[in-house]
Design a protein around this ligand. Structure first.
Ligand code: NAD
Ligand code: TYD
Length: 341
């Protein structure tokens, strides 16, 4: 059956991967990307999607009530999937305010429009970071959906605030929503301020690889396509008010990731530079994905060894994409594409 899906934040890393995943998996669906193109949004990422008649792009801020309402009234989406967010922990430490505006108020705004227009389904893309962190010396501990919210950074606190609002809207208004909390993603179109793309690009330029603190912090890495598959399964399932943890039991320390990237690119470990630690730096994230596996049959398809290989190859083959970002030229892409429209 044909459906219309609004994907907010679809010019960013995971949202764009989700758009390509959905256009391929559901060729009869109409996909509308809503994105205001912050520094993290890059329209050239959606170049191929823009050639697909079932796809369209709307430059809009999720905090803009009237703009969102006008679009939703006209497009009548069956599902809204909210990826739009400020997503970088280091930026949240420097400028928390925009994180509250976009991640909390933006989510509230989208939900209010959805309620008013009785949009049948809303999905909030959240993060395992809302649970805080786990100690390194307790490998037996994992985040489950019942783990208390215990955010450490302004970023994770703003995502936790949004999650609480989504659950409160479900309880108070019977708002038809679900939430997914995924671990760290990696793959194509990952913005080069985040660990894996930053290290690949610095290594290619023989620049120092800045590892925070002792480099022993652990993240649970998931190939982005497996995250997209999980969201696709959740939004096609009828259970509402549910939270699902998404992760593939793939814990790696930062230093091991950096060494692996250097090895794959045949670059020396002398490029590694230990720098001052991130403030409030979470020690370990680790997801227990039992619920989504048992209830929806989700499992991760891409092993880390294959995913990192594919990712490095993607960055080697798409220099034009990341060079445009590094030079800042991508900011002109929207003007070039849409300036005259
Ligand atoms: P990203 O920073 O790459 O992309 C965010 C996108 O949102 C950008 O295109 C940006 O232009 C857009 N955006 C920001 N503010 C907006 C606003 N006010 N209105 C409209 N668009 C706006 O982020 P990402 O890594 O793709 O993360 C997407 C979502 O997934 C976020 O909600 C994040 O919290 C969540 N998440 C990310 C990870 C990860 O590893 N990257 C893991 C779990 C969950
Ligand atoms: P990041 O990609 O920013 O994701 P998150 O903070 O959401 O997990 O960082 C992943 C890990 O890598 C985190 O422990 C911080 C560390 N890190 C570095 O050591 N150096 C860097 O330059 C960056 C960007 C991150």
């Amino acid at each position: 059956m044909e459906k219309t899906i609004v994907v907010t934040g679809g010019a960013g890393f995971i949202g764009s991967n989700f758009i390509y995943y959905m256009l391929n998996k559901h060729p009869y669906y109409k996909i509308i990307c809503v994105d205001c193109l912050t520094y993290a949004g890059n329209l050239s990422t959606l170049k191929k999607a823009l050639e697909n008649p079932n796809f369209r792009f709307e430059k809009l801020n999720i905090c803009d009530y009237e703009g969102i309402k006008k679009l939703f009234k006209e497009a009548k989406p069956d599902i809204v999937v909210n990826f739009a967010a400020e997503s970088h922990v280091d930026r949240s430490i420097k400028t928390p305010e925009i994180f509250v505006d976009t991640n909390i108020k933006g989510t509230q705004n989208l939900m209010d429009v959805c309620r008013e227009l009785e949009i049948p389904r809303f999905h909030q893309v959240s993060t395992d970071e809302v649970y805080g962190d786990l100690p390194l010396d307790r490998p037996d501990l994992f985040f489950t959906e019942k783990t208390p919210i215990h955010a450490s950074s302004p970023y994770s606190a703003s995502k936790a605030g949004a999650d609480l609002l989504v659950l409160a809207y479900h309880r108070t208004y019977n708002f038809p929503a679900t939430i997914s909390r995924c671990s760290n993603n990696y793959g194509p179109y990952h913005f080069p301020e985040k660990l894996i793309p930053l290290m690949i690009i610095n290594a290619l330029h023989n620049k120092p690889l800045p590892v925070y603190g002792d480099g022993l912090n652990v993240r649970d890495w998931l190939y982005v396509e497996d995250h997209c598959k999980a969201i696709d399964m959740i939004i096609h399932d009828e259970h509402l008010g549910e939270v699902y943890n998404v992760g593939g039991h793939n814990e790696m320390s930062n230093i091991d990731i950096v060494k692996l990237i250097l090895k794959k690119l045949k670059k020396p470990e002398s490029l590694i530079t230990f720098v001052e630690d991130r403030k409030g730096h979470d020690r370990r994230y680790a997801i227990d994905p039992t619920k989504i596996k048992e209830q929806l049959g989700w499992y991760p398809e891409t092993k880390f060894a294959d995913g990192i290989e594919k990712t490095i190859k993607w960055y080697l083959a798409h220099e034009d994409w990341w060079k445009e970002i590094i030079s800042g030229d991508y900011k002109n892409y929207y003007e070039k594409m849409y300036g005259a429209k």
